[in-house]
Design a protein around this ligand. Structure first.
Ligand code: GP9
Ligand code: MN
Length: 415
């Protein structure tokens, strides 16, 4: 049978061979997580700048910091969201499938009848049980229709949880994590549990009893101040969940991955820009807005380091497959194994328009009027302007990548 990559070689008018896109190259940490259970937590609106932050002597994310500092914690600090029109659902899609989400409509609706071969299917083909968990209405973002097609055998949604006190959308992260444990215990091992949190959603409002961070005067009553409180609340629930996993004897044999789905504090926005720029000490821009943490904890290993190569949600699938010692035998991946790949390049398509990219050195922001010469570019460390002539190659590459991925979605080429 012809593999997907071979098919595209013959189908694509652009005659671009994608054969090598289905393979991970292997090397460092290959197979260190082989045979272990996998829990992937997608945290609502978690940006990276809160990680390791000391806010007037207070840690905003003490439990995540602990997971990173653990002798088996990998922390990817230059990791970026990659969404299309679908926000949370596109973050899920890119992460599971290593394809660019659609810009026509959210991918879960625009391509609900497509066939996919991403993480849930790959794990099932390797003997795993794959379930998804999210404490909101199952129809939202079309999840109930799309999850089975993605390879999830069961979707534990709002109707499967006991709704107590509510926050924002409804079920609290506290109830979500506490009640999910009994479902996880039902899963046949090895298992893959994909969990999507909810409480840290804009406008980040929680009752006073949960507001444990003592805020500076200038942050009180602002979105940034609220954000510190809700991130801290969610971090606490994740900490309790990890303790529960330990109590249930699951922690030692389970890889825990965690990442943010997308930004919480938008730019451009007058209030956010002022508060964030003052707080960070440099202008708040797209790269900081879209930078989210990725943590991979592989128990019983000495995989403990900060990885500073640039990556995005597209890269999660090849990166975790390398760690779990698996290959994607049938699909295609637009991402790379961040740990072993030489590349430090990511393309963007929303907020930063198509053609925009971030690499190890610079950020290129395509102009909204579509005229290349009106674009801007800056060095990611010094924040100083970069000559646009030095961005042409990256700009062309970014467009080409997204167009090929879009071609695959439009023609339903993943079988
Ligand atoms: C709802 C939740 C929020 O189920 O995932 O979605 P968002 O508004 O962040 O895209
Ligand atoms: Mn979201």
């Amino acid at each position: 049978m012809m593999k997907i990559a071979e098919k595209i070689c013959s189908l694509s008018e652009k005659k671009i061979c994608l054969q090598d896109r289905a393979k991970t190259i292997g090397g460092k940490y290959t197979g260190v997580g082989k045979g272990k259970n996998l829990i992937v937590i997608q945290v609502e609106a978690l940006q990276d700048f809160v990680i390791g932050l000391n806010y007037d002597g207070q840690e905003i994310t003490p439990n995540l910091n602990k997971l990173i500092a653990n002798e088996s914690g990998l922390y990817f600090s230059k990791y970026f969201e990659l969404i299309g029109r679908g926000k949370t659902s596109d973050a899920e899609f890119a992460t599971q499938n290593s394809l660019y989400p659609s810009m026509d409509n959210e991918t879960y609706t625009a391509y609900q009848d497509n066939t996919f071969y991403g993480l849930p299917w790959i794990l099932r083909d390797n003997g795993y049980t794959s379930w998804a968990f999210h404490g909101y209405k199952k129809e939202f973002w079309n999840r109930d229709k799309v999850y089975p097609k993605q390879g999830f055998e069961r979707f534990i949604s709002e109707e499967d949880y006991q709704l107590g006190e509510t926050l924002g959308f409804g079920l609290t992260d506290e109830d979500f994590f506490e009640q999910s444990i009994s479902y996880i215990k039902e899963m046949k091992k090895p298992f893959y549990a994909f969990m999507i949190t909810l409480s840290n959603h804009s406008p980040f409002e929680i009752p006073e009893k949960y507001q444990k961070i003592s805020l500076r005067k200038e942050h009180k009553g602002t979105l940034l101040g609220n954000y510190f409180q809700t991130v801290h609340y969610t971090d606490e629930q994740i900490g309790k969940f990890i303790e529960n996993l330990k109590r249930e004897g699951l922690y030692e044999d389970t890889i825990i991955c965690l990442y943010g789905d997308h930004f919480g504090l938008k730019t451009p926005d007058k209030e956010n820009d002022k508060l964030m720029s003052d707080f960070l000490g440099y202008p708040y821009d797209f790269d900081e807005m879209m930078r989210i943490p990725l943590i991979i904890h592989v128990p019983g290993t000495d995989a403990n380091e900060e990885i500073t190569k640039t990556g995005s949600q597209l890269d999660f699938l090849p990166t975790i497959l390398n760690i779990m010692g698996m290959q994607n035998e049938k699909g295609i991946m637009f991402g790379k194994d961040i740990i072993n790949s030489e590349s430090s390049f990511i393309a963007q398509q929303t907020y930063m328009l198509k053609g925009s990219f971030i690499d190890g050195e610079k950020v290129f922001v395509m102009s909204r009027d579509g005229i290349y010469d009106h674009s801007r570019a800056y060095n990611i460390e010094t924040r100083q302007p970069v000559n646009l002539d030095d961005c042409k190659e990256g700009y062309n590459k970014a467009i080409k990548e997204i167009n090929i991925s879009d071609f695959i979605l439009k023609n339903n080429l993943v079988k």
